[in-house]
Design a protein around this ligand. Sequence first.
Ligand code: C2E
Ligand code: CA
Ligand code: CA
Ligand code: CA
Length: 279
Amino acid sequence: AKKGGRNTYRFYTESLTEVANQRVAMEVALRQGLERGEFLLHYQPLIDMSSMRPVGVEALLRWQRPGAGLVPPGQFIPLAEETGLILPLGEFVLGAACSQMKRWLEAGADIETVAVNLSAHQFHQADIAQRVAAILEETGLPPGYLELEITESALMDFGEEAETRLRALKDLGLRLAIDDFGTGYSSLAYLKRFPIDKIKVDQSFVRDIPHDTADMEIVATVVAMAKNLNLQVLAEGVETEAQLAYLRHLKCDAAQGYLFSRPVPPLEFPPLWNAVLGF
Ligand code: C2E
Ligand code: CA
Ligand code: CA
Ligand code: CA
């Protein structure tokens, strides 16, 4: 029993070491990947519900990691956040998304918005507005085309400062969206105080429509509230015709989800949009 106990203990410490090694390896790989240009963006259309046309795109980060294929953000963003690598990574995303949007506009694309996810870490930088301004200037994208998505939790963790920071960003002439709305367990008071343009209803509330009546009530309430506050409202994760029908019935402004398109590489977009989306 004693021997078994010791073996168990040794096994346990070895696996902890193993986990730590994997983290270090991953961090090194992330750093190198950034230097070597292994990161890229895919884009998913944002659909206007009255015209049923794509009016914008959300940029979503991917890592083309040698030997590992295309790695989704869920597998590396948390570590990038912890290690601070999200800052250079986030600057890459902003720059790449703004220049892509500029090229699309020059090619005559009829879209209004490129939405970029801003991590909590980025948002907490005191000079974030200057950084965004610099990128807009470098890429030549008029600020009105850029929408920054900030999660409810990133805002809430930040207390009073959040409002100042949002105003500084808003003053650049861009638009602000609250991402994953409804998951932050926060007070709703901020909605009328902060200079926000749009809320994105989290996909967890959309997923079980039309079977989960509680979710349907929540979405109806959020859409109604957004309208009363003069905020745009978009539903995320729309996968079925039934979900689409319900959201249209609620007069939700916009939607995004696999029903319309998965996130796709930029070359497919937007020249082939109409073909891809069947419009
Ligand atoms: P998010 O910002 O909420 O982005 C939406 C996620 O839902 C994307 O996953 C998208 O591919 C996925 N999605 C879209 N439509 C559907 C649908 O109909 N059904 C389902 N089940 N999923 C759908 P993705 O690309 O894996 O990104 C995951 C998360 O990673 C994002 O969630 C965002 O929080 C983060 N992320 C992605 N790119 C960036 C980035 O450039 N910077 C930062 N800070 N975070 C990013
Ligand atoms: Ca987002
Ligand atoms: Ca979201
Ligand atoms: Ca549910």
